[in-house]
Write a protein that binds this ligand. Sequence first.
Ligand code: PLP
Length: 380
Amino acid sequence: MNKVYLDHAATTPIRVEVYEKMVEYMAKDFANADSVHSLGRESANIVLACRDNIASIIGADSKEIYFTSGGTESDNWAIKGVAFANRDKGKHIITTKIEHPAVYNSCAFLEENGFDVTYLDVNEQGFVSSEDLIKAIREDTILISIMFANNEIGTIQDIKALASIAKERGIIFHTDAVQATGTIKYNVKDLGVDLLSISGHKFYGPKGIGILFIKEGTKIVPFVNGGEQERGRRGGTTPTSLIVGINEALTIADREIDDNNAHIYYLKQRLINGLKKEDIVVNGSLDKDKSLPGTVSITFNKTKPGIVLNNLDMCGICASAGSACTAASEKPSRTLLAIGLTEEDSKRSVRFSIGRNNTKEEIDYTISTLKDILIRVREG
Ligand code: PLP
């Protein structure tokens, strides 16, 4: 069997339709979208059309869509941009213990630069409680950042409820929707958020392109200083073909969302059921509506840290320990510790994230391979 790719939360393979469109535009619309000549204007019009379409998919206004280099930049801009623009009002920020490093480390950077940050706990399924959020709010709280869906355990927060707590108190609310976009249908106005981060490569689009939704009127300073691109708020020559790519990927993802989710969820349940008799723990929420359809974190009891993941790799199955972003470090997963796992258990956990191209046969192969691995590596 070819490689079995079960790491879609880390990145997804770009869709053929997407890169074909990108190549087409890369070749013919190479002109700088800020050039005043006719070719430049053509590029600018393409970007404008993409911006309009993306805005309509997420329920925003076209002028509230800002293109960035990816989820990490969108998160950095949202957090640092709001903090620096509003420091005359206060220096307190609230986030959670399970955020992606793009948010978590941006907050840590702000702590080193005179801001105070409260990192909210989550319960054993990974949910933030409204009561905890309300309790953490102070007179000088200027920003709340809570992720939409977690990249390791797939937990989906009730963003609408959490954002309304911020809104009632006039506090700016940001959500990292990098894992949610393309999988969960949402409307930014209905959610009530002020800022929302998106990354193209998580929904079969290109890497190196992201979006930050900034609600009109939100006080934020530019993060990338440069020319007048993105209405003077984010410098850098406009990457026309990447924008064409993210627009195409989001359009297709939005159109196929229900069918893809049904297929992916079926495969996830098949994987979990196939391993039911093994000594495992499924981390996070099993509630269909409160967790991403394809993401599942499993702790393999009585195994040495890392051994299951390594053996899977040797058998051609690509999964992750926690998230890809922390895989290079020996550190235990912050998210798994936050939901109550021990360090040891977090290191004997594997994240499987299923995608639209996975098949029943691949899942069955993964189940039988895991059973063989467990017979070989189980301790005691
Ligand atoms: N936020 C979350 C929840 C993610 O899962 C990721 C990527 O893994 C990011 C942010 C960073 O996105 P990017 O890879 O586009 O920088």
